[in-house]
Design a protein around this ligand. Structure first.
Ligand code: FAD
Length: 287
């Protein structure tokens, strides 16, 4: 099988998928069915999110292992907020034992219920986690990138400095935060490259399928809502089916514009919407 980095460095247009594991006591089959349904389009990798604080870590490992079992390349997200090196190492052991060698190294946000004074004792930033993963050989490491600037950062320049630091410490690739501003994405790719980051940057795509969810996610991630998107919410916000149709077309157009501008690697957040994601993949020619 071609390595993840070889795939990401290829010049062709390709896509990947992101799933979240269900909570501990919820059935896992729905996610597996969605994964299998979308596996026919041959994503270059499938990433599995991680609950900051690690409360659902067994599930995360189980679901990431399943990705490999159905013949796809798995990336396990891993956060370090509130963790100590022993916990991180035992998670890395578990991933290794399950044949998972790709990690998206993240800091995470302080989860509800975690004492803030214990959140950053051992790891302050994703860069600290990257250092620890790098100490062990054999992992390919990805990290997060923010085209519209991370909410804690004062400027894009600051963010880019830390992006470069993450690359220098061992991040082999990046995945971007949801961003609906196509020009901000082009600008970010150019500025990251100028800042010396030559690692592949995969563009995160959040399909617009549920108006409430979109508003919540954009607020949480401090990203802007273009007029074309707010028009969609005003026009179809009360009609779930019409919104979904318009949202699929919106995502397809976004991907097409990004492709025309030269971007090639797209990471789709599935959010339990396998059928709609399949339509986006087909209509935008990603498959
Ligand atoms: P960092 O890289 O530490 O950045 C956080 C802030 O600190 C930024 O403002 C940055 O500029 C600054 N900074 C970075 N390094 C340094 C440094 N060395 N010194 C000083 N300042 C620094 N969260 C989850 O809980 N689970 C997930 O599965 C998950 N998946 C994600 C996937 C993607 C693609 C993205 C983009 C985000 C994801 N997140 C996830 C959210 C992420 O955990 C939060 O955005 C978090 O606030 C920051 O994580 P980070 O890894 O970017 O942190």
């Amino acid at each position: 099988m071609m390595s993840l980095l070889d795939k990401l460095n290829q010049q062709n247009v390709s896509f990947s998928l992101e799933f979240s594991p269900p909570k501990k006591d919820m059935p896992v089959d729905t996610v597996y069915r969605a994964m299998e349904k979308l596996s026919v389009y041959r994503p270059s990798f499938v990433s599995i999110t991680y609950g900051a604080g690690g409360g659902n870590r067994e599930r995360a490992v189980e679901v990431a292992s399943h990705v490999g079992q159905i013949g796809l390349e798995a990336i396990a997200h891993l956060t370090c907020v509130g963790a100590d090196p022993g916990q991180i190492n035992s998670m890395l052991d578990a991933l290794e034992e399950n044949g998972i060698s790709n990690i998206l190294a993240l800091r995470g946000d302080v989860p509800q219920g975690m004492d803030k004074s214990t959140a950053f004792v051992y790891y302050r930033h994703a860069s600290d986690l990257i250092i620890d993963i790098k100490k062990r050989n054999g992992f390919t490491i990805g990290a997060a990138a923010y085209p519209e600037v991370h909410y804690e950062s004062d400027s894009l320049e600051d963010d880019l400095r830390y992006l470069k630091l993450k690359a220098d410490l061992g991040a082999d690739f990046f995945v971007t935060q949801l961003c609906f501003d196509v020009n901000a994405l082009f600008d970010f790719h150019e500025k990251a490259y100028k800042a010396g980051v030559s690692a592949p940057i995969v563009t995160g795509i959040m399909p617009v399928l549920d108006p409430k969810q979109i508003i919540r996610m954009t607020l949480l991630s401090a990203c802007s809502i273009p007029a074309s998107l707010s028009r969609l919410v005003s026009r179809y916000g009360e009609d779930a089916d019409a919104f979904k149709r318009a949202g699929i077309e919106y995502a397809v157009e976004e991907i097409n514009r990004l492709k025309e501008g030269g971007l090639r690697k797209f990471h789709l957040y599935v959010m339990n919407k396998a059928d709609e994601t399949a339509e986006i993949i087909k209509m935008s020619g990603l498959a």
